[in-house]
Ligand binder design. Structure first.
Ligand SMILES: [Zn+2]
Length: 90
């Protein structure tokens, strides 16, 4: 099984951030981000669902966008205390 297939299996069962996946597979974050981009288009009719990142200080919700990386700063309060975007497959 390829890593991408394994990621699909994992995300079918639970929500994970890209960083958690990178830790699980002992690879760099950018490799997982590449995988997720690819998975997004290859798993149809299933869907890769992203729960947007959120500022833990002011609860600002980052809009869902094509970018899969977690933003580093809140545009509203400038806090760097951001929960990661979580992914799952439905
Ligand atoms: Zn904020």
């Amino acid at each position: 099984m390829t890593r991408r297939e394994q990621i699909i299996q994992i995300l079918t069962k639970e929500e994970k951030s890209a960083q958690q996946l990178a830790n699980d597979f002992h690879v760099e974050l950018f490799e997982i981000l590449e995988d997720l981009k690819h998975i997004k288009y290859s798993i149809k009719p299933k869907k890769l669902v992203m729960k947007p990142a959120q500022c833990r200080k002011c609860r600002f919700k980052f809009k869902e966008r094509s970018k899969v990386k977690t933003p580093s700063k809140c545009p509203r309060c400038r806090s760097e205390w951001i929960t990661a975007s979580l992914f799952r497959v439905e």
